[in-house]
Design a protein around this ligand. Sequence first.
Ligand SMILES: O=C(O)c1cccc(C(=O)CC[C@H]2O[C@@H](n3cnc4c(=O)[nH]cnc43)[C@H](O)[C@@H]2O)c1
Length: 252
Amino acid sequence: MPRSDPGERGRPDRHLVLVTATAMEMRACLEGWPGAIIPEEGQWCEQPFAEQTMVTLVTGVGPVNAALSLGRLLGTFRPRGVCNLGVAGSFDLQALRLETVCCVTAESWPEFGLRKTEGIDPCGLGLAHGKIGGQVYRDRVPLDPEGGARAMGVCLPACCRVKSLSVAGVSGTLEQAACYRHRYDADIENMEGFALAWACLTQEVPFLELRTISNRVGSRAAGDWNLKAALARLGPVTQALWPGRGDRRTDQ
Ligand SMILES: O=C(O)c1cccc(C(=O)CC[C@H]2O[C@@H](n3cnc4c(=O)[nH]cnc43)[C@H](O)[C@@H]2O)c1
C-alpha cells in the first residue's frame, strides 16, 4: 500500500475518521495500540497513526447520536473518509455466526415512512428522506465498500458481505426480527449505520462499514449472545484495514 507524505499529517482533508457508537467498541478497535485515546461519547480526538493522523469519533448509541456527532465533525472539517466499526445482531446465526466479520453493502432504515396497521410504507409520506443529484432516497442507501476502501487507502479484509438495517428501537422479539428480515432482505441489524452512511452520502465523503456479530437479532437467550467475543474481533479488523499501523508493540 502506498505510504502517504508525512507532510500531509496536518491536513484535515487527509484525515481518516474511525467511528464507533460506544467507547467499548473503540477500545476494542484500538486494542494493541498503546497510548491510544478513547474519546467520551459524542466527542472525537485526533491521534497520530503511523505517518497519518487518525480521528477517532465515539457517537453514542443510535441514529440520532450518530447523525449529530458525525454531522458536527463534518461541519468542522472534511475527512478523506469515514470508517464505521462496531458490533451488530445477525438475523440468522446459521448463516452469519457469532463473531463473524461483515462488510456492509447496503443500509436501510425501517422506521422511515408512514406507519400503517400492516407496517411502514416508505413512500406513504409523499416526502423523501432526501434527494442527491436528482436521485430520491427514502429508506435505503447503497454502499460501495471497494470504492470507499480505495478512496481511503485502506485494505478491505476478506469477509462476508451483508445488507444491514438500522433502528432506534432494537428488535426485542423473534417475531419482529423475522418481520424486518423478510421485508428488508437484511442480514444484520445495528443502530447507527444508516445515519452515518447518509451523512457521508450527502457530503460526498467515502464511507465504509464493518461489523462483527455479537448476537441473534430479537433473542434475549444468553446462548444467542457473545458481545465479548465480537468485540475481540474488532482489533484484528482495524489491523487488517491498516496493516502494520495499528500494533506498535513490534516497534517499541
Ligand atoms: O441490551 C440489549 O438488549 C442490547 C441489544 C442490542 C445491542 C446491545 C449492545 O449493548 C450493543 C449496542 C450496539 O451494538 C449494535 N448492536 C448489536 N446488536 C444489535 C442488535 O441486535 N440490534 C441492533 N443493534 C445492535 C448497535 O449498533 C449498538 O450501537 C444491547
